[in-house]
Design a protein around this ligand. Structure first.
Ligand SMILES: [Zn+2]
Length: 116
């Protein structure tokens, strides 16, 4: 039978009024450099969780920046679309060529202006 080890990790007592350290009471399942860790405190698992969280934060920040860029460009894009639709409509192209494009463009403008 394998010898049972206690996780060697210590953390600040979450229930205490003082900032005393308590030792993790879980069984140490992973041995790293002679120390035993539970699944939560295993340095390899901690590193993987941290890397995953870091990647998620970076992606959220990228999404936020992209969203802000789009918001800032929206008035210019809307104005450019209105002008382009006016030009297309004034070109006198056959209806079957422009109907869908103009209709979709006008619907997008209406949506952006809150008219739909
Ligand atoms: Zn632990």
């Amino acid at each position: 039978m394998r010898e049972k080890h206690q996780c060697c990790a210590h953390f600040v007592n979450p229930n205490g009024w003082s900032r005393s350290l308590v030792r993790c009471s879980k069984t140490g399942k992973f041995e790293r450099d002679g120390f035993f860790y539970c699944g939560i405190h295993d340095p390899v698992a901690v590193k993987e969780r941290d890397a995953k969280l870091d990647a998620e934060r970076k992606q959220k920040f990228k999404d936020f920046v992209r969203s802000e860029q789009l918001k800032r460009a929206a008035p210019d894009l809307l104005d450019a679309l209105r002008k382009a639709l006016d030009v297309i409509s004034a070109m006198g192209l056959p209806d079957e060529v422009t109907d869908n494009v103009v209709a979709e463009g006008r619907a997008a403008v209406a949506k952006a202006e809150g008219r739909t």
